[in-house]
Design a protein around this ligand. Structure first.
Ligand SMILES: [Zn+2]
Length: 278
C-alpha cells in the first residue's frame, strides 16, 4: 500500500515537475530536430524568450491564465498536464516503493511513457530518443531491479539452463523487449504485404521494445491487450461521432503509453485474474 511521507513526497513532486517541464521542451523540439539544451524557450506567438519567472511548472501557467505575458497567445494545456502527471507518478511510486531503485526505474519508465503519449497525440511521432533510448535504459535497470516476470526463466529451465537471479531478470527484459514486438512487427509486415497499407507503425513496434524491456513479456502482453481494447472502443466511438472514414490515423502509441502506465501502477494480478475469468 502507498505510504505518504512528506519528506519523501516533496522532493519526488518537485523532481517530477522539473522533469515534466523538460519533457515538454523535448516533445516540442525533438520532432523538429532542435536541441533540447539551447536556446532558451521562446513563445511561438511573439518569439520572445520566456523569462524564468514565467517558466515555473504549473504555477506560471495558472498565474498567466494560460496566455503569453506579452502577446497573449494561448499556451498549450499540454504544458501543465505533462508536468502534473509526471509529478503525480513520481509521488505515487515513491509512496509505494520508498526511496529505492524500484522507484527510480518506475519513475524513469513513467517519464518515457508520458513523453511518448503526448508526442504521439501532438505530432503523431514517437521519438527514437524515448523508444530505443528508453529500451537501453530499461535493459540496464533490469540488472539491478528484478523484472516482474518469469517467462524467460521458465523457457531457460525447460532448455536446461539455470541462470542467476540477476541474469534471469536481464533475460526477462530482453525477452520482453524482443518477443512481443517481434511478433507484432511480423504481423504488421504481413498485413502491409497483403492489404498494401500500413497496419502498425514502426514507431509503435520500437515503443513496444521499450515497454517490454521494463515490464517483461507478460506486462507487455497486458499493455497490448489493454491498449487494443481501449483503441477499439474509443476509436469506434470517435468514428461514429466525428463521421470520418476508417483510414484516419489513430495514435496507437498514445494508447500503448497509457496502458503501460496503468500496468506499471496497478501491477499484473487484477488483469490476469480478469482474463482468467473471461
Ligand atoms: Zn508571446
Amino acid at each position: 500500500m502507498p505510504d505518504f511521507v512528506f519528506a519523501e513526497q516533496l522532493p519526488a513532486i518537485v523532481l517530477g515537475l522539473l522533469l515534466g517541464s523538460f519533457l515538454n521542451v523535448c516533445i516540442y523540439r525533438w520532432p523538429n530536430d532542435l536541441s533540447v539544451v539551447t536556446p532558451r524557450s521562446c513563445c511561438p506567438g511573439c518569439e520572445r524568450q520566456i523569462a524564468a519567472r514565467d517558466n515555473i511548472p504549473v504555477l506560471s501557467f495558472l498565474l498567466l491564465a494560460g496566455k503569453c505575458r506579452h502577446c497573449r497567445a494561448p499556451i498549450s494545456w499540454r504544458y501543465p498536464v505533462v508536468e502534473l502527471l509526471t509529478a503525480l507518478c513520481f509521488a505515487w511510486f515513491t509512496a509505494v516503493h520508498g526511496l529505492t531503485l524500484v522507484t527510480a526505474a518506475n519513475c524513469v519508465f513513467a517519464f518515457l511513457l508520458i513523453g511518448l503519449v503526448f508526442s504521439d497525440l501532438e505530432t503523431l511521432l514517437l521519438p527514437d530518443e524515448l523508444t530505443l533510448g528508453g529500451a537501453v535504459v530499461g535493459m540496464v535497470f533490469s540488472l539491478v531491479v528484478p523484472v516482474n516476470d518469469s517467462s524467460f526463466l521458465l523457457a531457460a529451465n525447460l532448455a536446461g539452463f539455470h541462470p542467476s537471479a540477476r541474469w534471469a531478470s536481464c533475460g526477462e527484459a530482453l525477452f520482453g523487449a524482443t518477443a512481443p514486438a517481434g511478433i507484432m512487427w511480423l504481423v504488421g509486415y504481413l498485413f502491409e504485404k497483403i492489404r498494401h497499407k500500413e497496419g502498425l507503425g514502426f514507431g509503435d513496434v520500437k515503443m513496444m521494445v521499450m515497454i517490454g524491456a521494463f515490464l517483461g513479456v507478460l506486462g507487455m502482453l497486458q499493455t497490448l491487450i489493454l491498449a487494443s481494447m481501449a483503441a477499439t472502443v474509443i476509436g469506434l466511438a470517435w468514428l461514429k461521432l466525428s463521421g470520418k472514414d476508417s483510414d484516419t490515423y489513430h495514435p496507437f502509441g498514445a494508447y500503448l503509453g497509457a496502458a503501460a502506465l496503468i500496468s506499471a501502477i496497478t501491477g499484473p494480478n487484477w488483469f490476469w485474474k480478469l482474463m482468467g475469468g473471461v
